[in-house]
Design a protein around this ligand. Structure first.
Ligand code: ATP
Ligand code: MG
Length: 149
């Protein structure tokens, strides 16, 4: 069992796609462990995107991510990081495969709707940025047994 951090970015919230995005992860079998609507403070966005500091898109990304509410969630399931990245599609929606969130709902790399942790170690770091341990729930859904052999 693995956990990952997903953010529905400001464009996803403003375009009323929150339900559509969650639906795809849920339908795939990933389970919500935490979920909330927040506006990201600048310091938190800078910490989250620290690896991109100095790149041309860094300032724009930080400004954008803090500009309006986002939905942050922790999803869990087997290979949750890779599975959710596959459901999201390539960073640039123009290169994302049809059927992925970014291809089906987006056209622009800096308005690509969702963030997902890129590695299990990154997920551990990012989950701690957005959630207190007590905000994450461990439970089993009635249908979970039907998702595996
Ligand atoms: N060349 C670019 N121009 C504009 N924005 C970019 C560019 N590259 C990345 N970004 C923005 O910065 C975010 C982080 O880039 P990263 O390389 O980590 O891609 P990613 O891991 O696919 O996306 P994310 O971290 O949001 O899940 C991208 O999702 C995108 O919003
Ligand atoms: Mg990334």
């Amino acid at each position: 069992m693995e956990r990952t951090l997903i953010i529905i970015k400001p464009d996803g919230v403003q375009r009323a796609l929150v339900g559509n995005v969650i639906k795809r992860f849920e339908a795939r079998g990933l389970r919500l462990a935490g979920l909330k609507l927040i506006q990201i403070p600048r310091a938190l966005a800078e910490e989250h995107y620290a690896e991109h500091k100095g790149k041309g898109f860094y300032e724009g990304t930080v400004t954008y991510m803090t500009s309006a509410p986002v939905v942050v969630m922790v999803l869990e399931g087997p290979d949750a990081v890779a599975a959710s990245r596959a459901t999201m599609g390539a960073t640039n929606p123009l290169n994302a495969a049809p059927g992925t969130i970014r291809a089906d709902f987006g056209l622009n790399i800096s308005r690509n709707l969702v963030h997902g942790s890129d590695k299990p170690e990154t997920a551990e770091r990012e989950i701690k940025l957005y959630f207190q341990p007590g905000e994450l729930l461990s439970y089993t859904r009635a249908g979970d047994g039907w998702l595996k052999e």
